[in-house]
Design a protein around this ligand. Structure first.
Ligand code: ACO
Length: 377
């Protein structure tokens, strides 16, 4: 049967899903039918993970149990910490995260993915332990001891504590939690699709998440948030922003943090993150990177006129993390520790009617070539 080839599978549905939806023309993103703006205003990251995984908002008692299950599974086995200590400290944190998550699967028995009770605990462990791995790696690589999680602290508050051994400003905690909500899920993107391909073989969830982490790392996907901050630092001052944008586009180079396969208007997450930047900088002092970013966005808007290229989720998130003193190369791991909930929601959804992914290809090579012996080539 002849097929049209769509590079990058652009516009080709790879699954039926009720987890989230994007309206790229109107700039609307909903998780289980609820707009992200609403979730940022009224929910928490952990409540949002529950919504994504189970399809509905939890009752008070269900939320308490969920929060408690996550809090009690944040600790890492010493062997995982020992394993991380063996990794080269100059290695990228996404590689350390991927290695640690893949190794996690070797420590937990019951990898039978048809057992829903087992799947629940795997999801709890993955959501709970990713921040502990990210924080542990951030400390180990500079020779510091890891800091154990504190059960009484909320999800985001505990992450800051494990990273810095201090309690973060409550505003930082709230803003960071909103950032996690905004990064938790985004329909059929590259890392979710990668995870689903792995999941379709009935591989265990640790392997599924490790695959997704690998896909998220690339600069065209989650890795763009790091590159945005590098770009803004390279520009250095506001007055150089316009000429930088002009030069990039003149040389047909991509502007990091701009453009999206689905959004034809500004990514709603970028709009919310920009608002969070304003709130953060009003309270904690200005950020030169933010001022440069505004100039970049303005000039890019003028030059992209007529082309649907606008800031995406990666444009403003890094500026927030930078102001919070978080290392640039931890931005994508933070993205991963939020997105794990979306990956798991799609994994659980797919298991209900799983079919092995086995796409077709359009063969563009030769046929019936003779084998030429080595001494005649
Ligand atoms: N800078 C300059 N031009 C751009 C950009 C950009 N960031 N993004 C798109 N364009 C232009 C392209 O040059 C192209 O122009 P042309 O039609 O004249 O050749 C047109 O817009 C379409 O762009 P494509 O790259 O073909 O669109 P695609 O849907 O394949 O790409 C992508 C989407 C990969 C996100 C792209 O916009 C990009 O590379 N952006 C920079 C990296 C980035 O910010 N990635 C994060 C995305 S969000 C996420 O994954 C979490």
């Amino acid at each position: 049967m002849p097929h049209d080839f769509m590079p990058g599978l652009a516009g080709i549905p790879a699954a039926k899903s009720a987890v989230s939806d994007v309206d790229g023309e109107r700039g609307v993103l909903e998780y289980r039918g609820i707009r992200v703006e609403e979730l940022c205003k009224r929910s928490s990251y952990l409540e949002t993970t529950y919504l994504l995984l189970f399809g509905h908002l939890p009752t008070r008692s269900a939320l308490e149990r969920w929060e408690q299950d996550i809090a009690l599974h944040r600790r890492l086995k010493y062997s995982i910490i020992d394993l991380m200590k063996c990794l080269p400290e100059q290695g990228h944190p996404m590689d350390a995260l991927q290695a640690a998550v893949a190794a996690l699967g070797m420590f937990y028995p019951g990898r039978n993915v048809t057992d829903m009770e087992n799947n629940y605990w795997s999801a709890v462990r993955l959501i709970a332990k990713l921040p502990t791995i990210v924080a542990a790696w951030a400390r180990l690589r500079r020779g510091d001891d890891t800091i154990a999680p504190r059960d009484e602290l909320g999800f985001s508050e505990n992450f800051f504590y494990m990273l810095t051994e201090t309690t973060a400003h409550p505003l930082w905690v709230d803003i960071f939690d909103d950032c996690l909500i905004l990064h938790a899920e985004h329909t059929m993107n590259a890392s979710t699709f990668t995870g689903l391909v792995t999941a379709s073989t009935l591989a265990d969830p640790y392997t599924v998440v490790a695959s997704s982490i690998g896909a998220l790392k690339g600069p065209l996907h989650g890795g763009a948030n790091e590159e945005v901050v590098e770009m803004l630092k390279k520009i250095g001052t506001e007055d150089r922003a316009a000429s930088y944008v002009e030069e990039q586009l003149r040389n047909k180079r991509k502007l990091m943090g701009f453009g999206h396969r689905v959004y034809k208007v500004k990514d709603p997450r970028a709009t919310i993150l920009q608002g969070l930047c304003e709130t953060l900088f009003q309270t904690c002092g200005t950020s030169q990177l933010y001022d440069i970013a505004l100039r970049v966005e303005r000039r890019a808007g003028e030059l992209f006129k007529g082309k649907a290229v606008h800031p995406n989720v990666d444009f403003y998130s890094g500026i927030i993390y930078e102001k919070m003193g978080i290392d640039t190369d931890l931005f994508t791991p933070i993205f991963a520790m939020a997105r794990v909930s979306g990956w798991l929601a799609h994994w659980l959804e797919q298991l209900r009617e799983n079919k092995l992914f086995r796409p077709d290809q359009i063969y563009a090579g030769e046929h019936d070539r003779p084998y030429v012996p080595l001494d005649q080539r």
